[in-house]
Design a protein around this ligand. Structure first.
Ligand SMILES: Nc1ncnc2c1ncn2[C@@H]1O[C@H](COP(=O)(O)OP(=O)(O)O)[C@@H](O)[C@H]1O
Ligand SMILES: [Mg+2]
Length: 278
């Protein structure tokens, strides 16, 4: 059970290495219930790794990740050392956090409805008819009830990602983790996915999202965290972070972004200063 008075997600001094490559270093971030936090930063700065550590798809090796106050992935021994928790304990804590992947990760040989029910019946042990009912509800939620019996290959990329979102919603997570949910999509399919995400934000779904859609980040985020070199360099409300960046590294990052996107998304930057706008 998660404790409602604590942050939904809390990362304290998290470190992660691949061999001798230390990709997360003293990563700190608290995400409150109902908050939408966006991770931005250059390629290779550790955004995906940070997100994957938030539900133990990646094993972090320093610091702590708490979901609703429960330590994720490890148990503390009486002598103060820690060891990997049992798979069952990990699953229990992780169940509160659902992931939406950049490449959708749908099972190609299964119909849309079965993609959504599988985690419910196989992982949660839900009865097939109950799972089906819930799956239809979340598919309707993302506007795809009519595609329940299609195969992923019969859907557009935007529709496939909406199924990915429905699958994540079906487990009724307390926090959604989304890794560049629109970056594998053709430009004309991006908006339909962003609209679904925005509607979740309006309903105060807690979300942590990695995105390069800076205008969108500005619109839906309560806070934006800029990462570089495996840590959060600067974090704050989008209007502050985008209009008045403190660190030179974020200034440089935004300059590069603006010069690359000079024609299409400046307007979104200008509209940042709508307080509390979602
Ligand atoms: N499975 C892995 N094995 C080894 N190195 C990895 C692995 N995943 C990521 N890395 C490395 O970790 C660093 C951070 O990667 P990543 O978290 O994917 O960054 P971002 O999402 O910000 O682009 C990169 O240097 C990348 O090469
Ligand atoms: Mg990434």
């Amino acid at each position: 059970m998660t404790n409602v008075s604590l942050p939904m997600l809390s990362l304290r001094g998290v470190g992660k290495s691949y061999g001798c490559n230390r990709v997360l270093k003293d990563f700190n971030l608290d995400i409150q219930r109902g908050e939408v936090v966006t991770l931005i930063g250059p390629s290779g700065s550790g955004k995906t790794t940070a997100l994957r550590c938030m539900n133990f798809l990646e094993e972090y090796d320093e610091g702590e990740v708490y979901i609703g106050g429960a330590l994720l992935g490890y148990e503390t021994m009486p002598n103060g050392s820690r060891r990997r928790a049992s798979e069952r304990a990990i699953s229990e804590v992780r169940a509160a956090a659902a992931m939406v992947f950049q490449q959708f990760n749908l099972w190609p040989h299964m119909r849309v409805i079965d993609n959504v029910t599988a985690p419910l019946t196989l992982v949660k042990g839900m009865r097939p008819d109950t799972a089906r009912e819930r799956a239809m509800r979340v598919l309707d939620r993302v506007g795809l009830a009519a595609k329940a019996n299609s195969y992923p290959s019969q859907l557009s990329g935007g529709q496939q990602q909406r199924v990915g979102i429905a699958r994540a919603l079906a487990v009724e997570p307390q926090v959604m983790l989304m890794d560049e949910p629109t970056s594998a999509l053709d430009p004309e399919l991006v908006d339909e996915v962003l609209e679904v995400i925005q509607s979740l934000a309006r309903e105060h779904m807690t979300m942590v999202m990695v995105t390069h859609e800076m205008g969108f980040a500005a619109k839906v985020s309560d806070r934006v965290a800029f990462m570089e070199g495996g840590r959060v360099v600067e974090c704050g409300p989008p209007q502050q972070l985008f209009s008045d960046p403190v660190s030179e590294r974020l200034r440089a990052f935004l300059r590069t972004w603006l010069s690359r996107n000079a024609n299409n998304d400046l307007a979104a930057f200008d509209s940042v200063a709508e307080p509390g706008c979602k």
